[in-house]
Design a protein around this ligand. Structure first.
Ligand SMILES: *Cc1c(COP(=O)(O)O)cnc(C)c1O
Length: 249
């Protein structure tokens, strides 16, 4: 059973890696500049185990408690890196600061301050990406960056976050509106990249090289537009098994 699962995940994982590599080459980029995060949110532990068996090295989770339960069930020597990609409530900040290698979805100054405090207690630097809402949808997290006239409004938050001593800003993340044609997502990815360039010019003291964008629906387009991290779930591990009321995607 697990072996069958691992074999089918391996096949889809390698197919996805090939798609990423050709999208990168098409746009004059190196395939090594893009990392594939396999999203196992709402998937049972056996899917996580099969993904690791299939060679997956970076796993993405959306809910801190579910993620930590999985992290603690996998031997640390398996060498997988765990990323938090979902909205984090303030009271879950400690779990994230203690257990995850990268937070993609930092979406408020208040959360940043709590993470900074818990990271300090752990004696670690927590790498984070700032999440921006490039489509302006009510249902999406992140600072509203749907129009350039709004970009000044979040600069004080960004400046304060960049200055937090136990967080390391490494770039931006977005979850654009779902579009029927993946090409329609292109302008949202371009907007995130422009915003990244803008923030990099304003705050050169931070590292802005990561762009986390693209899911099963549109990752090749995201890579063409500069993604350095793509977050792919269903296209590799199949439909999510555990239903959650927070699953608004
Ligand atoms: C669920 C999720 C993904 C993966 O979506 P798929 O459609 O399964 O590829 C990527 N990013 C975030 C933030 C998610 O919540």
């Amino acid at each position: 059973m697990i072996l069958d699962l691992a074999a089918s995940i391996r096949e889809r994982y390698h197919f996805t890696l090939e798609q990423i590599a050709s999208a990168a080459r098409r746009s004059g980029r190196s395939p090594e500049d893009v990392r594939l995060v396999v999203v196992t949110k709402s998937q049972p532990l056996e899917v996580v185990q099969a993904a690791i068996e299939a060679g997956v090295r970076i796993l993405g989770e959306n809910y801190p408690e579910e993620g930590v339960t999985k992290i603690q069930s996998i031997p640390p020597q398996s060498g997988v890196e765990w990323h938090m990609i979902g909205h984090v409530q303030s009271r879950k900040a400690r779990l994230v600061a203690e257990h995850f290698a990268l937070l993609h979805s930092l979406d408020s100054l208040k959360l940043a301050q709590r993470l900074d405090r818990f990271a300090a207690e752990q004696n670690r630097l927590l790498p984070v990406l700032l999440e921006f809402n490039v489509g302006g949808e009510e249902s999406k997290s992140g600072w509203n960056a749907s129009d350039e006239s709004l970009w000044d409004a979040f600069l004080p938050d960004v400046e304060a976050i960049v200055d937090l001593p136990h967080l390391r800003v490494q770039g931006l993340m977005t979850m654009p509106p779902l579009t029927a044609d993946p090409n329609d997502a292109r302008r949202f990815f371009q907007r995130l990249r422009r915003l990244r360039d803008h923030l990099a010019s304003l705050f050169p003291q931070a590292d802005w090289h990561e762009l986390s964008m693209g899911t099963s629906a549109d990752y090749p387009v995201a890579v063409e537009e500069g993604a350095t991290l793509v977050r792919v779930g269903t296209a590799i591990v199949g439909a999510r098994k555990i239903k959650s009321e927070k699953e608004a995607l």
